[in-house]
Design a protein around this ligand. Structure first.
Ligand code: AMP
Length: 426
């Protein structure tokens, strides 16, 4: 099915044509006709599935059909959980709108940067705003915009919006919008609170489910390498060099680990930078730009910072520390193998994280073969089999089970030596 079969305007088809996509993705095939027909949409889709176009194109087609007024009235609002996603989605919508006969004013706003330039940009109104909820409310408190004319609302990554504690902000924003509007709701997961929000928001939605769980995708090769915890940085260096990896996203448990490991890689002349929530917005933007432009080979990131990132052509993801939950594992390995490319997800498994990894495998209903790299054979034995899998507590923080005592931590530190930075507090 080509993009031309949706009935888009010539201007939008031109923008899509410039992207050279072979065909619409499954979420686009299903969501675009429903959204164009004016239905509310409840879409289950991951970042990387092509959902920005799935809501962006119908949104632009609708705006193209109504004459513009001055001052501009905010008609389409896209709410996203993070600044990175806001910048990504705003950029994508902007590039799709570039050939429209009436130039639309598309403004992206998010926190962590000065509010004044955003207020200036909103002078004279805007047609489309892409925003994180907190900053949008701040701007409204400064009378920089109102939501009285919003006729189309997109909630992108609704589960992350709630995970990040935006529930109260969302309620306040929803109360300020007209009731008669179209809602496009996308989420990767549907726990009870996400369903409750969808129920509150949507009227007879068209439900769209696309099987995008990374573990079901054969194009991501999962590897599990057994290694002692205190040798993981050396192994990482070895793998990067031996395999000539050009671009690697490494996940760690703490900001401290992100800083320390990237320092060590730089000392070994592997250009690496940390990426975590305590970096300034300027620094985060710079790191991403350098990574995308291949000026940077490795980014060592924490989960929160890396959520929603879309880095095209990311061939390798490494779980230096295992994620806390099986769901985070799915999100992490889904960073690679985007949009039809193949990818490799490597997990380092140490004696104390073996059981945790088994929990992740159990959740995924599939086993990953354990590998040992010559020169990095583990010396530490996995935890005793007498303990149940559910009680296992990895150094990275487990799904379930007790927290390690001070004595446990001292014992672990003595056993792991100085290289194991993951267990230290950030
Ligand atoms: P998302 O974050 O879900 O919007 O996914 C965005 C990624 O999917 C970007 O890398 C896009 O370039 C890519 N993408 C979007 N639509 C398509 C398509 N029809 N074919 C291939 N890649 C696409």
């Amino acid at each position: 099915m080509p993009f031309s079969s949706f009935g888009f305007s010539p201007a939008l088809l031109r923008s899509v044509g410039m992207k050279s996509y072979a065909a619409p993705t499954p979420i686009q095939v299903q969501a675009i006709p429903a959204a164009l027909a004016g239905h509310d949409v409840l879409g289950s889709a991951q970042t990387g599935s092509g959902k920005t176009l799935a809501f962006g194109l119908p949104l632009l087609q609708k705006l193209e059909q109504v004459p513009l007024e001055k001052p501009r009235r905010l008609r389409a609002l896209i709410l996203v959980p993070t600044r990175e996603l806001a910048a990504q989605v705003g950029g994508e919508i902007y590039s799709l709108a570039q050939h429209l006969p009436q130039a639309l004013k598309i403004i992206t706003v998010f926190g962590g940067v000065s509010i004044n330039p955003q207020m200036m940009n909103l002078r004279g109104g805007a047609d489309i705003v892409v925003a994180t909820p907190g900053r949008l409310l701040d701007l409204m408190e400064h009378n920089a915009l109102t939501l009285n004319d919003v006729s189309l609302l997109v909630l992108d990554e609704a589960d992350r919006l709630l995970d990040l504690g935006f529930s109260a902000e969302l309620d306040r924003l929803l109360a300020l919008m007209p009731k008669a509007r179209q809602n496009l709701f996308f989420s990767a997961t549907f726990p009870a609170e996400v369903m409750a929000l969808a129920d509150k928001l949507l009227r007879n939605p068209v439900r769209i489910e696309v099987p995008t769980e990374p573990q079901t995708r054969p194009d991501i090769a999962q590897r599990a390498i057994l290694v002692d915890a205190n040798r993981r940085t050396q192994l990482l260096r070895h793998l990067i060099t031996e395999n000539h990896w050009k671009r690697v996203l490494v996940f760690v448990a703490t900001k401290h680990a992100a800083e320390t490991i990237s320092d060590k890689l730089r000392k070994a002349r592997i250009y690496a930078e940390p990426f975590h929530g305590e970096l300034s917005q300027g620094k985060r933007t710079q790191v991403l730009a350098d990574f995308k432009a291949s000026r940077l080979k490795v980014v060592v990131a924490t989960d929160v910072a890396a959520r929603g990132l879309d880095i095209a052509a990311l061939p390798v993801v490494v779980n230096y520390d295992l994620p806390r939950s099986a769901l985070d594992y799915v999100h992490r390995i889904g960073r690679t193998g985007r949009a039809g490319e193949s990818g490799v997800a490597v997990s380092f498994i140490s004696a104390d994280s073996e059981r945790h990894f088994r929990l992740i495998e159990k959740h995924q209903q599939g086993n990953v073969e354990r590998e040992v790299i010559v020169g990095f054979e583990p010396l530490e034995a996995p935890m005793a089999e007498t303990e149940s899998v559910e009680d296992a507590q990895p150094s990275t923080g487990g799904i379930k089970g007790r927290r390690p005592s001070k004595k446990d931590k001292l014992r672990a530190a003595a056993a792991h030596g100085q290289d194991d930075v993951s267990t230290r507090a950030a």
